[in-house]
Design a protein around this ligand. Sequence first.
Ligand code: NAP
Length: 260
Amino acid sequence: MFSERAVLTKAEHILLLAGTFEARQLAKELADCFASARVTASFAGVVKDLPELDVPTRIGGFGGAAGLRDFLRAEQITLVIDATHPFAAQMSRNAAEACEAMHLPLIRLERPVWTALPDDIWQHFRSMQDASRALPEDARTFLAVGRKEIQQFTWRPDIYGLARMIEAPPQPLPEAWDLVLQRPPQSSSEEKELLRKHGITHVVTKNSGGMRAYAKIEAARALRLPVFVIDRPQLPMAETAADIQSLLEKARLTMQRSGS
Ligand code: NAP
């Protein structure tokens, strides 16, 4: 557990790009570990049901990399922590571009990817579109893909889709499909039950990593179902940390360097 309180020699202001469970934990840890720094968290505001964080929060896009640069300048940000979802690639690209242009330190929290175990039946895809083309005729699919991406599958009238997401998609789904509005459950038996109930033959998922959405992978393994895995988008080079504790340590070192 990171406990050291950093001794900061200048007014530090950390921008935490949020949107994940880890960002929620980080907000608290940053406030605890760097008591003399200001921390501001930022959400895209895609979902209405946003968690309360322990730090001041802003909501909504910045207006691309240029808008983000303006924000960083106006708020005198000294460190950016990118704890967005691994598929929120545009935000991560904007953060990398803006920080590079302004010579600001950036640390990205990058959860390790999921990797297939011997009993997993996985096929990898570079995009949702590729995965949707590869689904066999009449497949009964569990689409754990997100409200913006679901439209990449609705052009396949021959398949059945059980779509799960946090908030309803902007367009209606095909009549025969089912929509479950829910965050992913943590129990693989609950996931197995859902897959069985809907006669699912294929699971489609982003390679999000972490444990909070992993139960469906375990359920598919237990039921010997093929999983179509959308590989992560490429992100620009940045300093990364695989977990919260190593990120805090890197943040401490970065602030010590910039304060000295
Ligand atoms: P994105 O394509 O990277 O972001 C689109 C735009 O949303 C960004 O360019 C930025 O707008 C704004 N944005 C994103 N994150 C922001 C943040 N933390 N603070 C302020 N503005 C932010 O990501 P996305 O469209 O939200 O999602 C892409 C994928 O990631 C989807 O698969 C989604 O399910 C998954 N995901 C995203 C989040 C999230 O919080 N974004 C959470 C969970 C899962 P400007 O260019 O105007 O600054």
